[in-house]
Design a protein around this ligand. Structure first.
Ligand SMILES: *[C@@H]1O[C@H](CO)[C@@H](O)[C@H](O)[C@H]1NC(C)=O
Ligand SMILES: *[C@@H]1O[C@H](CO)[C@@H](O)[C@H](O)[C@H]1NC(C)=O
Ligand SMILES: *[C@@H]1O[C@H](CO)[C@@H](O)[C@H](O)[C@H]1NC(C)=O
Ligand SMILES: *[C@@H]1O[C@H](CO)[C@@H](O)[C@H](O)[C@H]1NC(C)=O
Length: 435
C-alpha cells in the first residue's frame, strides 16, 4: 500500500489496466455468446493466429490447439459442436465464397438410417452414371454407380477429384458441394483454374438398407452399414460379397489414369470430410494404387473422427482399451485387403510419409466424442485427435513430412462445405502440382 500511496500515477495506471481488462473480458464474453461460442473454444481472433501458424509450423499450431483450456478434458457435457457460419454451412454460400454462385444440393428419398429409396439423377451440372461395370464373374456382372460431370471432353481432362461421401452415403451431396467449392476456386485468379481440365467423380457406396429400400439396383454393389468407410467387403449382390470398398477406389483410379479414357490426365485428388476423411486417411495408408501413378495422387482429409493411428506413444495412456490397436484404429486384425500392408507396418508407415496430404481441421470442431473407447484413446474430441495426430506425425517421421500440410481452420466446426471452400483446400484440391 505504501508504494501505491506514494505513487498516485502508478495507482491510476493500475486502475486503467484493470478496467481495460474487464472491458476486454466483456468483449470476449460478447464475442463468445454473440457468435455462439461455447466452452473450450477460443475467440475467432485467437483462432486466426493458430490458422496462420499452421501454414508454416503445423506442430507449433497443434501445440497451441492443445493449450486451449480444457481441450483434452473428456467431460462430454460441455462440448458443443456449434456452427459459426450461418445455416448448416452447406446450404448457402460462405462469407469466404468470393461471390461465387452456390447451388443447393438436391434431395434424396429416404435417409441413411432407414435406407434410400431414390437418389438424385441429374442436377447442377452433374449426373449419375449407372453403367460402369466393376467386375464380371462368369455370366454375372456387378456395377458401381458414380456421380460425374454431365458434360466434359475426356481429352482435355488433366485433374480428377475423386470424392468419398460422408456418413450419409450422400455422394450426390459431396460432388455438389465440391462443385460449389470449384466455383469459388475459379474466382481466385492466382489459382488459375481452367475448368475444362477438371473432372469430379464421386462413387456411390450403398449399404444393405439401400438395397432393401430400392435405391441400389439388383446388379449394383452394396456394403454393410458403414463398413465402406474402413475398407470392409461388400455384402451383395450375390456372387459379389468379397469386394473391399478400397478396391472400388483402386478401380476408379485405374479408370482415371487409363490413357484410353483420359489421355492427358496427370493428377488425381482423393477427398473426404468426416467419415469420408476417415476413409481417405485409411486409403492413403493401406490403399494399393498402381505404382505408375501412385505419386500422382494427393489426399485431402477434412475433420476425420478417427484415424488408423501410427504411433502408440500418442495414445491416451490412461485409457485401457484393447480395440485401440485393432483395425480400423490400429494395425491389428486388418481386413483381407489391408492384411499384407498391416503386417509390414514399418514400411507401410514409411511410405505414408511420402504421401501428399492436406489435413484440414475446424478449430470449432470440438465435438465427436465417441461411445467407443478406441476413438477416445486417440483424443477426447475431433480437434484434439487432429492436433495429437499432427504431433504423432512428427514423432514418427522425425520431421513433419515435407509432402504434408495442415490447415487449422478459423471458426469453422464440423462443416463440410465451409472447410472445402477455404482457400488452402481450394489451392490443394484444384491447383496443387504433383512434381
Ligand atoms: C485420457 O482419458 C482420460 C479418461 O477418459 C481423460 O480424463 C483424459 O482427459 C484423456 N486425456 C487425453 C490427453 O485425451
Ligand atoms: C458412364 O461412364 C462410362 C465411363 O466413363 C462411360 O463409358 C459411359 O458411356 C457412361 N455412361 C453414360 C450413360 O453416360
Ligand atoms: C472373390 O470371389 C470370387 C468369386 O466368388 C473369387 O474368384 C475371388 O478370388 C475372390 N476374391 C477375393 C479377394 O477373395
Ligand atoms: C505424373 O505427374 C507428372 C508430373 O506432372 C507427369 O509428368 C506424369 O505424366 C504423371 N504420370 C501419370 C501416370 O499421369
Amino acid at each position: 500500500m505504501r508504494v501505491l500511496g506514494n505513487s498516485p500515477t502508478l495507482f491510476a495506471v493500475l486502475i486503467v489496466c484493470l478496467l481495460l481488462h474487464v472491458v476486454e473480458a466483456q468483449d470476449e464474453v460478447r464475442e463468445r455468446t454473440g457468435a455462439h461460442l461455447f466452452a473450450r473454444q477460443l475467440s475467432c481472433s485467437k483462432q486466426k493466429g493458430i490458422e496462420s501458424k499452421s501454414k508454416s509450423d503445423p506442430v507449433g499450431a497443434a501445440n497451441d490447439v492443445l493449450k486451449i483450456k480444457d481441450v483434452l478434458e473428456a467431460d462430454g457435457d460441455l462440448w458443443f459442436s456449434n456452427n459459426l457460419v450461418s445455416g448448416t454451412g452447406d446450404d448457402e454460400q460462405v462469407p469466404w465464397g468470393h461471390g461465387a454462385e452456390f447451388k443447393p444440393t438436391p434431395a434424396a428419398l429416404g435417409n441413411y438410417l432407414s435406407g434410400y429409396a431414390l437418389i438424385p439423377d441429374s442436377f447442377n451440372g452433374f449426373k449419375l452414371n449407372r453403367s460402369m461395370v466393376f467386375r464380371t464373374e462368369g455370366s454375372k456382372s456387378v456395377k458401381v454407380p458414380f456421380y460425374v460431370n454431365a458434360n466434359y471432353d475426356a481429352d482435355s481432362i488433366e485433374r480428377v477429384v475423386l470424392i468419398w461421401p460422408g456418413q450419409w452415403r450422400d455422394s450426390w451431396k459431396y460432388i455438389n458441394i465440391m462443385g460449389n467449392a470449384q466455383r469459388v476456386a475459379e474466382t481466385h485468379d492466382q489459382l488459375n483454374i481452367d475448368k475444362s481440365k477438371i473432372l469430379l467423380i464421386s462413387p456411390m457406396f450403398f449399404n444393405q438398407k439401400d438395397a432393401d429400400s430400392g435405391a441400389a439396383g439388383d446388379d449394383e454393389l452394396y456394403f454393410k452399414n458403414a463398413g465402406w468407410a474402413v475398407g470392409d467387403t461388400s455384402r451383395g449382390p450375390s456372387g459379389f460379397t468379397n469386394v473391399s470398398s478400397f478396391e472400388v477406389m483402386d478401380f476408379f483410379l485405374d479408370h482415371i489414369f487409363d490413357k484410353s479414357n483420359f489421355p492427358n490426365v496427370k493428377h488425381a485428388v482423393m477427398a473426404g470430410h468426416s467419415m469420408g476423411a476417415q476413409a481417405t486417411q485409411r486409403y492413403a495408408l493401406f490403399g494399393k494404387p498402381k505404382k505408375a501413378y501412385r505419386d500422382n495422387i494427393s489426399y485431402w482429409i477434412g475433420n476425420p473422427g478417427s484415424y488408423t493411428w501410427l504411433d502408440e506413444k500418442y495414445y491416451n495412456s490412461s485409457s485401457s482399451c484393447d480395440s485401440a490397436s485393432k483395425w480400423p484404429f490400429g494395425f491389428d486384425h486388418a481386413p483381407k485387403y489391408a492384411e499384407k500392408k498391416a503386417k509390414n507396418k514399418e514400411s507401410t508407415i514409411s511410405r505414408y510419409g511420402d504421401r501428399r496430404i492436406l489435413y484440414s481441421f475446424g478449430l470449432n470442431d470440438n465435438g465427436g466424442q465417441s461411445d467407443r473407447c478406441a476413438p477416445n484413446t486417440q483424443g477426447p474430441n475431433r480437434l484434439a485427435r487432429g492436433a495429437l495426430y499432427v504431433k504423432s506425425l512428427k514423432s514418427v517421421f522425425g520431421d513433419f513430412p515435407s509432402n504434408q500440410l495442415v490447415d487449422f481452420v478459423e471458426c469453422v466446426s464440423h462443416q463440410d462445405y465451409p472447410m472445402m471452400a477455404k482457400f488452402r483446400t481450394l489451392e490443394f484440391v484444384f491447383s496443387s502440382r504433383t512434381d
